[in-house]
Design a protein around this ligand. Sequence first.
Ligand code: SAH
Length: 395
Amino acid sequence: MTPEPKVVLKPGREKSLRHRHPWVFSGAVDRVEGEPAPGSTVVVTAHDGAFLARAAYNAQSQIRARVWSFDPKENVDEAFVRRRLADSIARRAIVRPGSDGQRLVHGESDGLPGLVADRYGDTAVVQILSAGAERWRELWGPALVAAAGVKAVFERSDAEVRTLEGLPPRVGPLVGAAPATVRIEEDGIAYEIDVAGGQKTGFYLDQRDNRALAATLAKDADVLNAFCYTGGFSLSALAGGARHVASIDTSAEALALARRNMAANGLDEARAEWVEADVFAHLRKLRDQGKHYGLVILDPPKFAPTERHVEKAARAYKDINLWAMKLLAPGGHLLTFSCSGAVSPDLFGKIVAGAAADARVDLQVRRHLGPGLDHPVSVHFPEGEYLKGLWLQAS
Ligand code: SAH
């Protein structure tokens, strides 16, 4: 039997793996023994040869290896991968009812590095985002049908991060025909989802609980929903009895689908305004117009795709938060989010506090916010806590 290819770390660089963090960065690697193909399984050892983990290797990525298992006795074969998937789906038995949309697999946090799968009714949409997950590509479709009981599986492996892994973008059906449209119902609101052309897997399931909170806070309020995409928070606010909801996004397609969703739910169009604009510029414009809102929602895209972008991202987060705060009516609420894994909850809190100081507004944290129960986070993988938010209230 040929020996398993090996990745030997530099002295002292085994610490993060001993703490069960699942990534080996290129700078930590002393040498590679054997010739592992992209995505194939390697044994990672400390400099002294001690076993640390089995991981998926990728010479193309700064994340040189992603850990499958820290157990020296565990082999990474088809049975192992299927077991991990089944465990991940079994974990979703605990849910808040009210939606037939659900994240089934949450990457590293579910022990499946680089794999994301969302269920929309009978359809699952997968993102294969690492060479290791790509290695098992043939398996995900049938395995999701078997474990989750979906009828169709559609692949949306066209996220930016694929290029960082040296993988080409790929979009298309894995099982069944490409679904024309997919619908889910979440807390009584129906959403049409564009799984082939929408962002990510088509819908932001992670904001489910926060949309429900927005519905509560929106009653009788003038609401501003910045970065509205297909109108998730906007429809929740309308359904919750908002007086008026203004929604901003740069994507004309997203706004068109948001309008269709509003009409399909029989919500009063007269209470809604959809603005195709850049949020950074538009917030300033609203301020110049002397506008004030009882509820502002800021759910921007990922400003920091990696660690390197954190400083620039921090400035962008501060800017939109500062201007949003200036738009709050007395007693008004701000739901503000960051979905950058590289921006910690602690840093986000500091950015927001800095914005409040510069805006000269007094705010209280009413609650720390995050994704729903279908987005577990591994205690060893803080990056998995990508979505963090604050519910703030002005004095
Ligand atoms: N809150 C949404 C998800 C938001 S995703 C939901 O719950 O479904 C982020 C959105 O920001 C995307 O729709 C994207 O088109 C939009 N966007 C990105 N940059 C923008 C900008 N500068 N101004 C306005 N919208 C922007």
